[in-house]
Design a protein around this ligand. Structure first.
Ligand code: 5GP
Length: 190
């Protein structure tokens, strides 16, 4: 059974993961595409097979060679992330729509792949300064990874018009309501 796809992309720290989690909690007809990643697991908060399929670089490469990804990328130097075809098959077989939390390039590629079956949403922060504050307060970044993420974020901001919708995330409670509205509208359109 083929369902629909909801793609959320943004520079990291924009709040897209929080929005995606809210939609998952409130919409039983959505299933999360668990990406593969070679980055280290954030020990206290992340679960292998739930947040990501954490792979070694060798395992990741084997899956590239076996053509198991719809898209994959070296999102940060040495850290590979990718969307597995098997995830979409699993979620659609459950009769659900698939929801993605991917970076900006991945979102553009997924939209190309799914076409009209997908709604792609760019989550935008009001400014780079606010993004820096949010990443800092999350406490997951070193000084180096923070500056890498900010550098990439500035570049990613320039791709927002490649998405179906831009969602400005100033106030999280408003943003989740808007995301829900977008999903409800998208479901009835197709
Ligand atoms: P994080 O390390 O913060 O979990 O993720 C870093 C970035 O990689 C985030 O923007 C996240 O959305 C993105 N990402 C996660 N999974 C995938 C994927 O399968 N493909 C792509 N292109 N990006 C991904």
């Amino acid at each position: 059974m083929a369902g629909q796809a909801l793609i959320f992309s943004a520079p990291s720290g924009s709040g897209k993961t929080t929005i995606v989690k809210y939609l998952l909690e409130n919409n039983p007809d959505l299933g999360f595409s668990i990406s593969a990643s070679t980055r280290d697991r954030r020990g206290r908060t992340e679960v292998d097979g739930k947040d990501y399929h954490f792979l070694t670089p060798e395992e990741f490469k084997e899956k590239i060679d076996a053509n198991e990804f719809i898209e994959w990328e070296e999102v940060y130097a040495g850290n590979f992330y990718g969307t597995l075809k098997s995830e979409i098959e699993r979620i659609w077989a459950e009769g659900k729509n698939v929801i993605f939390d991917v970076d900006v390039k991945g979102g553009i590629n997924l939209k190309k792949y799914f076409g009209e079956k997908a709604l792609s949403v760019f989550v935008k922060v009001p400014s780079i300064e606010i993004l820096a504050q949010r990443l800092n307060s999350r406490g997951t970044e070193t000084e180096e990874s923070l500056s890498r993420r900010l550098f990439k974020a500035k570049f990613e901001m320039s791709f927002q018009d490649k998405f179906d919708v831009v969602l400005l995330n100033e106030d999280l409670s408003k943003s989740v309501a808007e995301a829900q509205r977008l999903y409800d509208g998208f479901k009835v359109i197709l």
